[in-house]
Design a protein around this ligand. Structure first.
Ligand SMILES: [Zn+2]
Length: 875
């Protein structure tokens, strides 16, 4: 059982004391780092008067000394409890000095100060600073930080902190020191330090007002050649934020450091971002195109936080989406500007509609602004990030780009240097637009995915077309009844010849605003029965229900001017067929693909060369995850079998087209990372994956040749995965062995190697994963390795994970129990597949529940794991 209490948003009170400045001195040592802190403290005039000062402090922190205004505090003047240090009687304002001792080497949770491959680094969001020293570790306490780092000069030549370096020196004992000052007040979660033997790539950026900023990206010497892409992305992001949001960088230096042991993707600490190597290192030889895009988007995301997160931060952790939703929206728009906007949108919606919708329908469902939590680490979720971004996007859609920009300007200007709430953000948008957004704010307080049921009526005599929309939202753990949402529904109307009606304001897309549980919208002057194109560009995070016929979906697929809806029409068409085939499969009937379906694919294949990026999207069947999310009851075996059958049938019936397209899109002029080349590779590798399901030796030879001759990881990896998941066992083993020997010294490539095997759907998956746990490239302490092997198996290998004997569930529970003591954050995140037990048939439900219960029964769980398991069991 967890001793940790539930924390409620409604209980928020302002901090009793404020810290104007904090001066920190770290004497770094692997097992006994000394941390001296000097705080200027004063009572908060906005808070209730108290003489007690409560500071957070993790139980692992040893208190060595404490002084108030220069005098030692008597032992009865303070109390030390598990999570707090309380000073019982303090004056109005004073100086507090605290010395603590911490053990970075023993810190396997990777929160606070820890070692990553021998270098010191920190992760303080959300509540890691309390593992370093005693402090009011909450985001609404903002202070000016000065940090001095002292460490052995030969082993740790690079010493980095937040802000600007102001002084450095050497000590007689071989140690050196550097002092950093960050002039911008910040909460403790944005504190960072790094000490190590690192190299850096350096560049300059001239801001819009003409200031010079030094840009440095640090990594181990061997990885220096993998930093160019991140640097380019950083400069593009800095320019984009100036142009699109008028936001300029504010310090003289901006640093990014790559570390191999990291729980998250990256962290936006002021002036000193710390990145998971997977989100910063990129080189064509070792990184796939998807990896390149991830680096670009994460670098931009963390940079954008400098304004949306750091200059204006969150009042409390319930407001996490204030910074994350807005910043994800900003990085999505940046990526759309850098690449194909439609491809970007399809990717975003893919994540939202599979994983976030599933979260919304499960036991951990919570509003974008949660009302309570036990462990905040559990709320770094798709709901807070992706749905939060979708909510900001709806504001952008409802208000229009110009008004939205004015609202963002007002928000930054009004709240610069403050810790604020999602209400403050929406208020700025309301103030510039003059609109009442009270109802809109329900998106922040009501969980669940709304459902829109649309019906229509056309009257030829009056040339009037009517759309009737009903909205509803299912119950979620925090609320049974939901009030209607305010949302933008973008629609177009298609004529029989495929062109679009011109609607309001001369546009072919019209924005309808939904505010009621049921509303009817009227279109006049419609001179023929139209086909509606609904929810264009996925204008709201909802499930749409409209009775399209297959023919109508096929028509939208060929004619809709909205790229997203074209793609989605294809997905819905495929999904219908998947569901019919699943029913056939479950009744033991033979499976077959209708000729009309094959003909649709044939025509997409024929047009593919005109837009390879779009074609690659259109020719991809709905993922197993998306099919599962939309299913009444998930039958993992049937889903896998049917999807595989469809791939085989499409491959077989269109074999010559796949082959021709594969050959046409061969790289003629060598590798480039351009959007056009990425699209070409993605289409070509998709063709290869279809061909490989045919298990023909001729296609195997193609894949092997591609593997051997590829000059980039995208092509080599695509060839590897297509062979490794095929029936050619000997060839698969050969290629896997070759790949291992070629790349065994590249840790990130080895993550991919583990992942290919973990996701192999063929029989015996669990045994293969268990063997790999013993392999030298696996490291049970490294979160990237855990995610690549255990995470990938449980989340992306449904047939094996959901084996009828429950072995997959038992395996996951074993590892969660093991991991919980070591790294609770990662343990809690791995639990997700088990939390979905209600979506499966009774036999699987019982097996999954039994494993959750087994974890619960162990007792002594971290707050992280306890919260997820207990909520999953009681729903
Ligand atoms: Zn973020």
């Amino acid at each position: 059982m967890s001793a940790k209490p539930t924390i409620y948003l409604k209980d928020y009170t302002p901090p009793s004391f404020l810290i104007d400045t904090i001066s920190l001195r770290f004497e770094l040592d692997e097992t006994a780092t000394r941390v001296k802190s000097q705080l200027q403290v004063r009572r908060n005039p906005q808070a209730a008067v108290t003489r007690q000062l409560q500071l957070h402090g993790h139980e692992s922190v040893e208190l060595c000394e404490i002084k108030l205004n220069g005098a030692h505090l008597a032992a009865d003047a303070y109390q030390r409890e598990a999570e707090f240090l309380t000073l019982l009687d303090v004056p109005e304002s004073f100086e507090l000095e605290i010395e603590t001792c911490i053990n970075p080497e023993a810190n396997t949770a990777l929160e606070g100060l820890y070692l990553s491959d021998g270098m010191y680094c920190t992760q303080c969001e959300a509540e890691g600073f309390r593992r370093i020293t005693f402090y009011p570790d909450r985001p609404d306490v903002m202070s000016v930080f000065t940090t001095t780092l002292v460490a052995d000069a030969s082993r740790f030549p690079v010493l980095l902190g937040n802000g600007n370096p102001v002084q450095r020196g050497e000590l007689d004992d071989g140690r050196h020191w550097v002092t950093w000052v960050d002039p911008f007040p910040k909460p403790a979660y944005l504190f960072a330090l790094v000490a190590g033997d690192l190299q850096c790539l350096e560049d300059q950026f001239t801001t819009c007002s003409g200031r010079q900023v030094t840009l440095q990206i640090y990594a181990e010497a061997k990885d220096l050649e993998k930093l160019d892409h991140a640097m380019t992305a950083l400069k593009n992001a800095m320019r984009w934020d100036e142009e699109v949001y008028g936001r300029e960088y504010d310090l003289d230096i901006y640093m990014i450091v790559a570390v191999d042991f990291f729980n998250m993707g990256a962290m936006e600490n002021k002036g000193l971002n710390i990145f998971n190597t997977a989100c910063v290192l990129a080189h064509p030889r070792t990184t796939t195109d998807a990896g390149f895009q991830r680096v670009e988007s994460v670098v931009a995301h963390e940079y954008f936080h400098n304004w949306s997160g750091n200059r204006v931060t969150c009042r409390d952790w319930f407001q996490l989406s204030l910074k994350e939703g807005f910043t994800v929206f900003r990085d999505q728009c940046f990526s759309a500007d850098m690449h194909s906007a439609v491809v970007q949108r399809v990717d975003e919606v893919g994540i939202l509609r599979t994983a976030q919708f599933a979260e919304d329908a499960g036991p951990m469902a919570h509003p974008v602004r949660p009302a309570s939590f036990i462990e905040i680490s559990n709320f770094y979720t798709l709901t807070v990030y992706e749905k939060g971004a979708a909510v900001v996007r709806m504001l952008h859609t409802l208000l229009g780009a110009d008004v939205f920009r004015k609202g963002a300007d007002l928000y930054f200007e009004r709240h610069d240097g403050q810790a604020v709430t999602t209400d403050d953000f929406v208020q700025a948008m309301a103030d510039v637009s003059g609109r009442d957004l009270t109802q809109f704010k329900r998106w922040y307080s009501q969980a669940g995915t709304p459902r829109l049921k649309v019906s229509d009526h056309y009257d030829a005599a009056s040339q009037r077309y009517q759309l009737n929309v009903q909205q509803s939202c299912p119950a979620t753990p925090e609320a049974q009844q939901k009030l209607p949402f305010h949302l933008p529904l973008s629609v177009g109307l298609l004529r029989a010849d495929g062109s679009s009606f011109v609607l309001k304001d001369g546009k072919t897309t019209q924005l309808l605003e939904l505010t009621e549980a049921e509303q009817t919208f009227v279109f006049d002057g419609i001179d023929e029965a139209p086909l509606p194109s609904l929810l264009r560009d996925f204008s709201a995070p909802v499930k749409l229900v409209y009775g399209y016929t297959d023919e109508q979906l096929a028509f939208l697929l060929s004619h809709d001017e909205d790229g997203f809806n074209r793609w989605d029409a294809g997905q819905q068409l495929s999904l219908r067929l998947v569901n019919r085939l699943i029913a056939d499969y479950q009744q033991g009937k033979p499976l077959s693909l209708p000729d009309t379906f094959v003909a649709t694919w044939q025509s997409v294949l024929q047009q593919a060369p005109q837009d390879p990026a779009m074609a690659a999207l259109l020719l991809t069947l709905p993922s197993e995850a998306y099919i599962s999310e939309t299913a009444e009851q998930i039958d993992p075996l049937a889903i896998h079998h049917v999807r595989h059958f469809m791939r085989c049938a499409l491959a077989e019936q269109l074999e010559s087209s796949w082959l021709e397209l594969y050959r046409q899109h061969d790289s003629q002029s060598g590798y480039t990372a351009s959007a056009a080349d990425m699209a070409r590779r993605s289409l070509r590798n998709l063709c290869l994956s279809y061909l490989m399901v045919l298990e023909s030796p001729a296609h195997l030879a193609l894949a092997q040749q591609q593997f051997e001759t590829a000059d980039n990881m995208t092509d080599q990896f695509a060839a590897l995965i297509s062979v490794a998941h095929s029936g050619f066992r000997d060839s698969a083993d050969e290629l896997l062995a070759e790949f291992l020997s070629q790349w065994q010294h590249e840790s990130l490539v080895m993550n991919q190697w583990l992942m290919v095997q973990a996701t192999d759907p063929r029989e015996g998956g669990l045994a293969r994963v268990q063997q790999l746990l013993e392999h030298p490239v696996y490291d049970a302490r490294n979160p990237n390795k855990i995610r690549s092997l255990i995470g990938a198996f449980c989340q992306q290998n449904a047939v094996n994970f959901h084996a009828q004997d429950g072995s997959g569930y038992r395996f996951l529970a074993d590892h969660i129990l093991q991991l919980d003591a070591q790294n609770p954050q990662i343990a809690a995140r791995l639990l997700t597949p088990l939390t979905r037990w209600r979506r499966y048939a009774a036999d699987r439900q019982a097996l999954m529940q039994a494993q959750l219960q087994r974890i619960m029964d162990k007792g002594q769980l971290s707050g992280d794991v306890y919260e997820v398991v207990s909520k999953s069991l009681c729903q």
